[in-house]
Design a protein around this ligand. Sequence first.
Ligand code: PFF
Length: 470
Amino acid sequence: MYIVTLLEELGMAGLENANATPSAPSASARQGWSSSLGFVLAAAGSAIGLGNLWGLTYRVALGGGTAFLVLYLVAVVVLGFPLLLAELALGRHTRRSPMLATVAVGGPAWQPLGWLFPLSSALILGYYAVITGWVGRALLAVLQGHVPTDQASADAFFLTLSGGWAEAVAYGLVLVLTAAVVATGVQQGIERLSRWSMPTLLVLLIGLVLWSASLAEAPARYEEVLLQWRWSDWLDPRILRQAFSQAFFSLGLGSGAMVAYASHLESRDPLPRQAAIITALDTAVGLLAVFIVVPLMSAGAVGHHGGAGAVGTLFVAIPLGFASLGSAGPLLMAAFFFLASIAAVTSAVSLLEVPVAVVMDRLGWGRAVTTWSTVAVVALLGLPALLSTDLLMASHDLFGGVVLIGSGLLLSLLMGWVAPQQLSEDLCQLPSPLLRVLLLTLRWLAPLLLGGVLALSCVEIVQPKISFWL
Ligand code: PFF
């Protein structure tokens, strides 16, 4: 009943306000970031998440090889950075929540894109919180001295993490923690969390990389995994699709999170520089995570799924890798899962901020009541992923893949074709040749590439089902 009323009201309210000038006061008084650094840390916190530590390492270690890594970096530069800049410009220009921002620059025809943002964020948060709960439980297990020592105990370790009542409790706690941060506000909650958590994460990460790279087998493992050159990889549509989807998910594009965060920016903030720093930090963390994980995994460990399924592979392979290090293993494993918890919570916070900002902006509700009501809806949306790892993976493919890419495609069309004027005004610090390249990218390159990736993603999702029925 609550959900129906909420959806009805969201459909009706606030639109009349959306075309107002950006400086007009919106339904909710907008609190800003305390500084440019505060914003950059919060946005980096949104981008840096389990996708960097889990998605990228998984794909590289699974045998994506050099082609995957190079295509991923190309995707970050060619697609990620321009779209991030466009999302930041949209948020800051309109000073509206993601749903009203699209209508403010494109008119009512763009409302469906506005809807996609809170919907996809809430649905992604549903399954993201499940995995975050596993990470938290893995941390707790290591601190209590439970470290798996062989393949069978590692498989059992993951099955314990991902099942039973404790899994549901961890899921609930993750959502409560996330909501507590969002309810406390942009500056006092989100920015304050990012100010200590991002530096902590970077220090832990660099420490773990130095240690991992110093292992005797590291050079050989790097060579074996990262310099895996096969000509056929470059023409493999799956690798191309995965590299582009990974870059997109990793930067948190297409979800409206960056629009929501940028809507609290001042007009004097240097967007291109901020976008470049966020992109660089996110990519660096992904690559550093790869350098930590690769030497830890014996050849074939990642391909072994046991009872864990693809999503759980790293929860099996990483603990096993740490366990093989003897007495230092548990401490290093605790550091790894602690940094993964930080990364996951700051990303979850940004995912929740999207629907919260939308509801506040459209209905004029207070932040606390909006946050707790929204997180209750999210908790229900995540139940299928909590109950089944297969459904969790399907949700990731659909919402974290297809839907995000689809939103990104629409966003590039909106900013490239419908609102290029606003974009140019907002990015006036950018030298004009660069601005022209950005516009050309948003108009032609991004839609073409994203259209291709979207088609490939749909084929990959549908194909196994068709072959199953045939
Ligand atoms: N970028 C995050 C990760 O790599 O785990 C996931 C994410 C965060 C996706 C925020 C979307 C988003 F809005």
